[in-house]
Design a protein around this ligand. Structure first.
Ligand code: AHZ
Length: 312
């Protein structure tokens, strides 16, 4: 008897269509229940190709000369991109991410758990970007790490002056002799060498697959701690003899690690600022594990430092 739908129920349902679609925009609401005559606007396949490739290659052309390049779009790189894009809409900012999906380790809070913890005062960044959180006193909790990452990502991608090239790996750094010769290192970083990530992964079993290049006077490297991809720039600084050796990331100590990462976010050799967990490999800082406040604020500081260096 409960399943039977009498005339009264049908009338009620019809009367509540507007109620049931409240919250949707009118054009989408009008689609509901109207699928019989549905069809897409016509298109030719080559139009789709051209719509994508024209824009991609125009972006490659424009960003071949960038003002600031960010290597790595994890939580630190994305926070840096947001801050830079907001503070300096006049600068051309290029973000290069090896993975297909930007976000690095920030899609989960820790282990395979959803919630993301940030110690205060990193809540200021969440307020800035518009990510809701629960206030737990000394720390705050975002209900899903993916909410943080997708929100920052959406803000960054919507900025006219920022372009993300994902599935693209930085394979090397472009260097110049340091003109003022003041630093022991003796070089200035002047850009990055890139390749499709899938190509980068096959240098051992394919013959010469030369890379591409992007010039910029300031680079921010946020490639994370050592691993298959991580700590890219600082390891390269050692092999090109610009750093004697790496300190190597130490064991986990949240208390020390987070303060150290923010404090030590800085220009390592002229033109190259390092932030986030990549930094722990230079300084021998502790690992922080599943707490992300230092990543957001290291990104903010890296952006401030990049603007200072750019304006010199
Ligand atoms: O794919 C990498 C990731 O998205 C990207 N990346 C690394 N090498 C690259 C290269 N070219 C282009 N050569 C490259 N992209 O950099 C991103 C790094 O993100 P991440 O989340 O690993 O680093 P983060 O410093 O932003 O955040 C680290 C968060 C922590 S702390 C921690 C621990 O203490 O155990 N573990 C993580 C993941």
């Amino acid at each position: 008897a409960q399943l039977a739908v009498g005339p009264k129920k049908v009338k009620e349902a019809a009367a509540s269509v507007e109620e049931r679609t409240a919250g949707l925009t009118k054009p989408l609401a009008e689609m509901l229940g109207n699928w019989d005559n549905f069809s897409f606007a016509p298109i030719r396949e080559s139009t789709v190709s051209r719509a994508m490739t024209r824009r991609y290659f125009a972006d490659l052309d424009t960003h071949a000369e960038s003002d600031i390049i960010i290597i790595g779009a994890g939580s630190c790189g994305l926070s840096a991109a947001y801050t830079l894009g907001k503070l300096r809409p006049d600068l051309r900012i290029t973000v290069i991410e090896a993975g297909v999906s930007p976000g690095g380790g920030a899609w989960l809070g820790g282990q395979l758990f959803s919630a993301m913890v940030m110690r205060k005062p990193a809540d200021v960044f969440l307020r800035e970007v518009g990510v809701p959180f629960e206030d737990e006193g000394d720390y705050v909790v975002v209900k899903h790490a993916a909410l943080f990452t997708s929100t920052v990502l959406a803000r960054v991608l919507a900025m006219d002056n920022v372009k993300l090239f994902n599935a693209t790996t930085v394979e090397d750094l472009i260097t110049r002799p340091d003109e003022d010769g003041e630093t022991k290192a003796g070089v200035r970083i002047a850009g990055v060498v890139t390749n499709w990530t899938l190509v980068s992964m096959h240098h051992d079993d394919q013959s010469c697959m030369d890379p591409n290049t992007i010039n910029a006077p300031v680079i921010i490297s946020t490639t994370g701690h050592d691993g298959p991809f991580g700590a890219f720039s600082v390891k390269r600084l050692v092999s090109m003899k610009q750093l004697e050796q790496l300190g190597g990331m130490r064991g986990l100590d949240m208390q020390r690690a987070e303060d150290a990462i923010v404090k030590n976010t800085r220009e390592i050799v002229p033109g190259l600022i390092v932030g986030g967990m990549e930094l722990s490999e230079i300084d021998g800082a502790n690992r922080m594990g599943p707490t992300f406040g230092a990543m957001a604020l290291s990104g903010v500081k890296a952006a401030e430092e990049a603007i200072r260096v750019f304006d010199l």
